[in-house]
Ligand binder design. Sequence first.
Ligand code: SF4
Length: 338
Amino acid sequence: MAKTLEQEKLTVNENQSDILLEVNGLKKFFPVKAGILQRTVGHVKAVDDVSFYVKKGETFGLVGESGCGKSTTGRTIIRLYEPTDGKVLFEGKDISNLNEKQLKPYRRDIQMVFQDPYSSLNPRKTVGTILEEPYRVHKLYSKAERKERVEHLLEKVGLNPDLRNRYPHEFSGGQRQRIGIARALTLNPKLIIGDEPVSALDVSIQSQVLNIMDDLQKDFGLTYLFIAHDLGVVKHISDRIGVMYLGKMMEIAPKRRLYSNPFHPYTQALLSAVPKSHPSEVKKERIILKGDVPSPSNPPKGCVFHTRCPKVMDHCKQEIPALKELEPGHFVACHLYE
Ligand code: SF4
């Protein structure tokens, strides 16, 4: 598949050896079936030509309203969903077409932490058994070593190792998410994809979990792809941020640039809704977007944001804006900047 101009720009500006994950022109369409014969009558374009990269040791925040395709992007990278088109390169190797056997080593290197710690932990198993399971599956370590490693992991996520014999329901939501993080760490992954890992938690608990993730990143040399619906949540943890809307990438920028000088009208609207994190900050005027997000089974022609954009122009309704680099590392898909 030929690389588009923006995909080339996304890669050539970085030293290739610094890049852990590269997503090029990724598409994930789900068929819409109807009738007695369940014929395919259309497609939900959950992810439509998305490109970005994540450097080793950094946190890339992927943000957008629910239904924008950010979680589908994460799940397609880890091959919980098969990609419709595009490439996913991990350490320079295309993993988007590998079969299950070829994928096995990558399943250790890339782990996912899910939003709902309640449903992702088996309620009938003790926490110790849950955390030891990956070692047993991969036939790693002796029984004594597994126990030692599990206790070490529990300590690392701020839980008392003596709690290993308890069941998931005996823990609070925040503690359960820490267990989910510990489980993701068992096989020493290189990349952790956090699919809204703190969204289900109280605000006070969110910051505790984010701090733990921050510490673990330093201790284990981890790289994070952190998916969230709220620019406020990713602010502290991310180095760079990508903003998605209706299956498309709208803007990518280093964190400071994105928060201080967002280019895309959608990012500007999202940021105007983020509460001030410090009293000295100047509060931006709230931009209220009109209407609802259109259906991804029938996205608008041209710029997918044009039905809600306060700055829409005539040709926005016809032409899809390409993701272009306006400043070093700051990419935007908007006709205003052409
Ligand atoms: Fe708005 Fe047009 Fe830019 Fe889309 S391309 S965000 S409709 S100004």
